[in-house]
Design a protein around this ligand. Structure first.
Ligand code: SAH
Length: 216
């Protein structure tokens, strides 16, 4: 698939629409301008890629709405050189946006089909030096690569996963849509020390659930 000036124009309009909703930082705007969201869509649906909407990616999962990707990226306060763990690779789009911010990303997916598809796309886009994709259960995190400066969970978690807090550096931050119901509260958790965290709640969001185990 190709990225053209026409696609860049559509990205500009999308980013303008996001900025009309919230004053996103220049860094987040630039990262979202850089990553061709249509690469994550089937050819027949390329036009859908630049609408501010979630979209099915197969396996009953969705690529998050651009506004949600922008909020999670913004509130996590990512800086270049940081080590970021993502739970829920899905299409790989959010991982590419974080990599475009200059961070190193470790992204876990529990569904083998989605994991393999995202891994191939990330390779074709030459993001594979900045993103490590892992097949696994996000509840376990990625101990071999811990500790992380930032953790982003892109599926709805019923409770704060303690193992993930353990894999966060002191002063590190984790963002997660928290809740058991149809909609969740976006929650930013800062690790103060090994016993204490501080949390900040943002608005309501709608994510697919974070589930246990691997789907082969
Ligand atoms: N970040 C993705 C969207 C995520 S959709 C993107 O940019 O496209 C949520 C994803 O989380 C789904 O692919 C789902 O399979 C995955 N998921 C759910 N529970 C998980 C878990 N415990 N560990 C890893 N991935 C999980």
């Amino acid at each position: 698939m190709q990225d053209t000036y026409r696609h860049l124009g559509m990205r500009r309009r999308l980013v303008d629409a996001l900025v009309a909703e919230y004053p996103f930082s220049q860094a987040v705007q630039e990262a979202m301008l850089k990553v061709p969201r249509h690469f994550f869509f089937e050819k027949a649906f390329v036009e859908k890629a630049y609408e501010n909407k979630a979209f099915p990616i197969g396996e009953a999962q969705t690529i998050s709405q651009p506004l949600t990707v922008a909020y999670q990226t913004e509130w996590l306060q990512i800086e270049p050189g940081m080590r970021v763990l993502e739970i829920g690779t899905g299409s790989g789009y959010q991982a590419c946006v974080i990599a475009a911010m200059g961070a190193k990303v470790y992204s876990i997916e529990r569904n083998r089909i989605l994991h393999e598809k995202a891994t191939q796309l990330i390779q074709r886009m030459h993001y594979n030096d900045r993103i490590v994709t892992l097949l696994g259960d996000g509840y376990q995190g990625a101990k071999a690569y811990a500790p992380f400066d930032r953790i982003i969970i892109t599926a709805a978690a019923p409770d704060l996963p303690n193992e993930l807090i353990a894999q966060l550096k002191i002063g590190g931050k984790l963002i997660v849509p928290l809740g058991k119901d149809d909609s969740q509260i976006m929650t930013l958790v800062t690790k103060i020390d090994d016993e204490h965290t501080e949390t900040h709640s943002y608005g309501q969001f709608r994510f697919v659930p974070m589930l246990k185990g691997i789907v082969e």
